[in-house]
Design a protein around this ligand. Structure first.
Ligand SMILES: Cc1cc2nc3c(=O)[nH]c(=O)nc-3n(C[C@H](O)[C@H](O)[C@H](O)COP(=O)(O)OP(=O)(O)OC[C@H]3O[C@@H](n4cnc5c(N)ncnc54)[C@H](O)[C@@H]3O)c2cc1C
Length: 415
């Protein structure tokens, strides 16, 4: 009897593999292993609408709870894979406390093909006091619930890291009226991802909303005070206090299972352009997988929903013998304050930037050029540019700079 496809991790990548297999007519068993409880959910709103209290957990489900049964997808919730045995194509499983006992989860499972979609975990603050209660991370629903509860009782918070998570939490906390200080080791926000012109714009908007920044500073230690608040020592000798510390210093790839199974790994599980690992019976997708981006010879991971979903679709197409979707330039969005930020392309090496629209009115795009080729576009409140930019950047289209600078000329004319 066919053992079908087993998918480890039921978030954006894992659920999409199962859904796309079904859409493409795969008729063998599909087992989706969800290492959390209860139902697979979306992560992006955890730092935005969910934290702000604008939506609850029911509003975050990736698919309705009945979807899996209706599609004959076996969903094992609260079950974690502890080991892979690639030689006999089996997995060892453990059931988490609190998982529905009626589920009668097996302790081993066999596969014909295995998909690893194990994602990443939030990095912990690696300093004394970094594990105190009240020093919180944000990656999964349990952490989001803990943060939401703590935030309701807090008046002030210190955020370690001015990356996307830190800035989104800062924006949400200011919306809720909290005092917010962001501590960043670099001299500007999102320094790894943006040139100074964009970092400065984003910083200004957050400052106008009341967030304070401490740049060129790291946290050396966190001490619990008598009132439960936190005293935070910064490099350079300063101390600040806050009721709560939120840690947004990046993610740690979850490739332990893959490594132990002998798969080739770097920073993540290495996959080819069809998301196949070094083992022909195992694929990997999403935040745990590293592949070569368009036009690059270097393996890299992209932590975004689009990447997880696109890679999942590629795996499903390969497993069903259907045409494999072409790789597109990576894109990402982030919502902070009144900023709807959308980015496409990964290149931070560029010769020229063209500004399209008005930075003062927070309605603009930055277009990055290598020679005449458009290699990346960052849009703020200009969804119309972003949609056209996905194709233009994927194709590294030559677009005249004076035309892109003119807001009266539609970017889609050049697609
Ligand atoms: C707060 C927050 C906000 C974000 N905002 C945005 C945004 O605005 N835009 C955007 O594009 N992206 C955003 N992201 C990133 C996006 O959520 C991730 O890129 C996406 O979730 C990756 O999906 P994935 O399926 O690869 O992995 P993950 O979402 O990390 O899921 C992996 C799953 O695998 C499970 N797992 C791991 N090991 C095992 C095991 N051994 N057994 C069983 N299960 C296991 C984990 O428990 C987890 O449920 C955000 C992320 C966070 C945390």
């Amino acid at each position: 009897m066919s053992r079908g496809v087993v998918i480890v991790g039921a978030s954006h990548a894992g659920v999409q593999v199962a859904a796309s297999l079904k859409d493409l007519g795969y008729d063998q068993p599909i087992t989706l292993i969800h290492g959390e409880l209860p139902t697979p959910y979306q992560r992006p709103p955890l730092s935005k609408a969910f934290l702000a209290g604008q939506t609850d957990a029911d509003g975050l489900v990736l698919r309705s709870p009945s979807y899996y049964g209706d599609k004959a997808i076996t969903l094992l919730s609260g079950v974690r894979v502890t080991a892979i045995s690639p030689e006999d194509k089996t997995l060892s499983l453990e059931t988490l406390p609190g998982a529905p006992a009626a589920q009668n989860a097996p302790t081993t499972l066999s596969y014909d093909h295995l998909v690893l979609a194990t994602g990443a975990d939030a990095r912990t603050l690696p300093v004394p006091g970094g594990d105190l209660p009240g020093v919180l991370k944000l990656r999964d629903m349990a952490e989001a619930n803990a943060l939401k509860t703590a935030l309701a009782a807090a008046e002030s918070l210190a955020i370690a890291g001015a990356g996307f998570i830190g800035l989104e939490v800062a924006a949400t906390a200011r919306k809720l009226g909290k005092t917010v200080t962001v501590i960043e080791a670099q001299d500007r926000v999102l320094a790894r991802l943006f040139p100074p012109i964009m970092s400065d714009f984003i910083t200004r908007r957050h400052q106008e909303a009341g967030t304070r920044f401490r740049f060129n500073a790291t946290i050396d230690q966190v001490i619990e005070m008598e009132n439960g608040g936190k005293q935070i020592s910064l490099s350079g000798g300063d101390q600040i206090t806050a009721d709560l510390v939120v840690v947004g210093i990046g993610a740690e790839v979850n490739d332990t299972l893959g490594r132990a199974a002998g798969l080739k790994c770097g920073n993540g599980i290495l996959v080819d352009e069809t998301c196949l690992t070094s083992n022909p019976d195992i694929s990997a997708a999403g935040d745990c997988a590293a592949w070569k981006l368009l036009g690059s010879s270097r393996y890299s991971r992209t932590e975004s929903v689009q990447n997880a979903v696109d890679q999942a679709k590629i795996i499903a197409a390969r497993l069903t013998g259907t045409e494999i979707p072409v790789q597109v330039a990576p894109w990402f969005w982030s919502d902070q304050l009144d900023i709807k930020l959308q980015m496409v392309g990964d290149a931070l090496e560029f010769d020229d930037i063209v500004i399209r629209g008005s930075m003062e009115e927070a309605k603009f795009s930055l277009l990055y050029y290598q020679g005449d080729a458009l290699v990346r576009v960052d849009s703020v409140n200009r969804a119309i540019d972003h949609i056209a930019a996905r194709k233009l950047v994927t194709n590294r289209t030559s677009v005249p700079k004076d035309a892109t600078a003119d807001i009266g000329v539609k970017l889609k004319n050049f697609v």
